[in-house]
Design a protein. Sequence first.
Lengths: 283, 276
Amino acid sequence: MTFSSYDFLKVERHGQVGWLINNRPEQLNAMNSGMRDEFELAWKELDADPAVRVIVHTGEGRAFQTGVDVTEIATDGQGFERYRESMENFDIRFTAWHNKVWKPVITAINGICAGGGFHWVADADIVIAASDATFFDPHVSVGQVVSVEAIGLMRKMPVEAVMRMAFVGRYERMSAQRAYELGMLSEVVDPPERLREAAQELAEKIAKNSPAAMAATKRALVGALELGLTDACKAGAAELVSMWGHPDQTEGPLAFTEKREPDWADLPSTPHDGADVGEARDS
Amino acid sequence: MTSPVAEYETLIVERRGPVGWLIFNRPDAANAMDATMLAELERAWLELDADPGVRVIVNSGAGRAFQTGVDVVQMSRDREAMREQSRRTRDATLKLTAWHNQVWKPVIAAVNGVCAGGGLHFVADADIVIAASTATFLDPHVSVGQVTAYEAIGLLRMMPVEPMMRMAFTGRSERMSASRAYELGMISQVVDPPEGLWDAAQELAEKVAKNSPAAMAATKRALWGALEQGLTDACKAGAAELVSMWGHPDQTEGPLAFTEKREPDWAPIHAGDHAP
């Protein structure tokens, strides 16, 4: 089922799983202005749909994502100026994290992931990859700075590997296997053609869990990346306590006892504007 | 091509093409840092950082050891010689590593042998770390009544924490192998046979040297600065570094060279150009 029309993305539902697919295969899924604008719409559409419990993000063709469309930058007379205001204010809307999506997001890397493509690796909750996927960051090889996406990755995996990619630029590629060893991703799918099937399978496991508990968990864990340890634990404890009394906390053990799937409460349909767990509980 | 610089007693400082080499050179003392080396390190980092012919720096050791920390022999015999260093340790104003000296060129540590205790400073503060297959890592501080702090704190932000804690508390009774350090992502390359280490480091450094010096300096400031802050604040500061390069000549030259299938002619940078 496709509910909305996008020029540069595909947005689909498969059961409780929302799919967001980069769809400029001829341009290796490089992000032009149109795709940039559609990302914000697509994340918000999937986040607002209570039937979507988890989101998978992947790409069409032989690349996952290769960052900003440099052809557009070089030819449209506007260049990077298009991004200046949003970057200077750090108000970009490319990823689920940028758009404050609190549903679990799985990135499924189907091929080349280069440069700005790392935004969607850094900002996903779970990352899996086809066995022939490759990773590299060519920014400094064309005079660009490596920044936001690497800063995200550095909190999630060994830093040296991120630094090496940043400084070697286009002269080396990391394999899916090495990315797995380093904990940058948690599953290598072989043969690579099975990637989407594996992503759907994983997403369906996640979709079995309490949406409200997962949203509070995501806020606690992603929020912890902002703080020192004790402060992060304090904020995390608040998220934890906020779920006490939520109907899912009765339904979960009951369903287990009755040997059936739980009937979870839906998340509120617009969890965006500063929604806290209190609102989720009221739904 | 090597331009010898005579005025170091305890280090070798060399240029090989665009690559600056800083080599610990007290092989008979397992490259332990005595008062002379401690003073010379600051001078050597600043010399290589100030030289626009140097695009990237490799740090390694002569002999069997990479670096084994402060020279405890000198410390026990001549406390006076170490007084200045003790003050700097207390005040957290050490000048041992590239990071301490605010060197914004990429630094590759090439660990040639044992790296112990204070030697871990140079692993924690490098951008890229490679090692000979025979290299080993240990932290004997607590085995001699010393505290493990700075170097482990740096590594804690860069790799899985449990192995660092284990190293801190097992002290001299255990060593980590180069292959385990590779598995953990503490280093990104194990060179075997070990004799190939310096060639491998030079080869890697020459790849890095092909990239825009200005973009690498801004990248290094963004990524190291990120270790100081929460995620969103770090991204904001990083976005400012990113935007700071827009309009820089390298951003025209890079794509142009790529299109014309030639090496880019990057603008040189000078030490202090991009002082934060």
